[in-house]
Design a protein around this ligand. Structure first.
Ligand code: FA5
Length: 335
């Protein structure tokens, strides 16, 4: 319904309409706000300006001219306010989306190698300088390489299913890297001078120095006239090189079916109050040479197997092996 009334009322309402519309356009903060104001005030069907135009019809003829003049002024003012508001929010959007090339860049976080990887690489480097090449072997092994060829008898407790991860008949996750000694000797004649690094698996109870999966470095040297003295010298040289000149290591008589005589090698732990076993070693047993077709009358050799986690822990003063597997970036960032 078109409102009726005096010209005076109509002009007042026109004024009020202009004030409201100008406020709506100047306070619009987004393109959506501007569009909403446009529809409300300038909409062709139901906009308020359209309604104000309709009002003209109901005015007495002597007031139509005055009202029309005012109306045109309001219309121009509103259209100008709309254009201004649209330009303003569009410029703002462009500015918001723009890239400020003067801002400092976001530096990508640099990854780093795991401390165990760093240890393995350093060990290979040290033994490389001592003349040892690198050998590899599979983690899924057969019982022959893990036990038989290493002179471990069929009834030996080391084969106990509770101490190994057996897979299908005759295969298992290797429990020691000594398997690689056999693979190397099977594949080449003496002389041999290799180290091999890899994961090994044992269902050991986890504590500060034991894990169910860990890494070993195996060493094997076979030649004419290799002695226990060579073994001890190499291990001492290695320990000083990796753990520092002041490191203390000791050899204890021990037993392994694949070496005779055998020793266990301990290192004085950081803090200097206790010894921790670093690995096992010894002179290759003649039965092992026979199993791979070497002549024990012609060659002798030594072998050793050291725990890489423990070497890494001693080197960096780490107290708990589990820290190496929790992947806490705050811990890993220190290496
Ligand atoms: C062996 O595995 C022998 N194959 C070593 C060897 C090689 C002897 C060649 C003679 C000739 P042993 O079970 O002691 O030995 O393990 C060697 C080292 O592996 C240990 O001294 C220790 O440093 C590390 N190790 C053993 N069990 C674990 C475990 N559960 N978690 C972490 N490190 C371990």
């Amino acid at each position: 319904m078109t409102p009726t009334g005096s010209l005076q009322d109509a002009l007042l309402e026109l004024e009020e309409l202009q004030a409201r519309a100008l406020h709506a356009f100047t306070s619009a903060a987004s393109p959506d706000d501007v569009e909403a104001a446009r529809i409300e005030y300038l909409g062709l069907k139901q906009g308020r300006l359209k309604a104000a135009q309709e009002r003209l019809k109901s005015l007495p003829s002597d007031g139509k001219k005055e009202y029309g003049r005012q109306f045109n002024g309001v219309k121009q003012a509103l259209e100008a306010a709309f254009d201004a508001a649209r330009g303003r929010v569009e410029r703002k959007k462009v500015a918001d989306d723009a890239v400020d090339v003067t801002l400092p860049g976001i530096a990508p976080r640099l990854g780093r190698r795991h401390p165990l990887t760093q240890t393995a690489e350093e060990l290979i480097d040290i033994f490389g300088r001592l003349g040892f090449a690198v050998a590899r072997g599979p983690e899924v092994e057969d019982v022959h390489h893990n036990f038989d060829a290493l002179n471990i008898p069929p009834v030996h407790p080391a084969r106990d299913p509770l101490d190994n991860f057996y897979l299908s008949e005759g295969s298992m996750l290797r429990s020691q890297t000594s398997t690689i000694q056999i693979r190397v000797m099977e594949s080449q004649p003496p002389p041999v001078r290799v180290v091999a690094i890899g994961r090994v698996y044992r269902p050991d109870t986890v504590d500060a120095t034991h894990s169910f999966m860990f890494h070993q470095i195996e060493g094997l040297m076979v030649d004419d006239g290799v002695t226990m003295g060579d073994l001890k010298s190499i291990l001492r040289l290695f320990a000083k090189s990796y753990l520092g000149e002041d490191v203390q290591i000791r050899f204890r008589p021990s037993f392994f079916p694949f070496t005779e005589p055998s020793v266990e090698v301990d290192m004085l732990w950081h803090g200097g109050r206790r010894w921790v076993e670093m690995g096992g070693a010894g002179m290759v047993d003649p039965n092992v040479f026979k199993a791979v077709g070497y002549d024990p009358e012609r060659v002798t050799g030594f072998a050793f197997g050291l725990g890489i986690e423990r070497l890494c822990m001693r080197r960096h003063g780490i107290d708990d092996i589990r820290l190496l597997y929790q992947n806490d970036v705050r811990f890993l960032d220190q290496f």
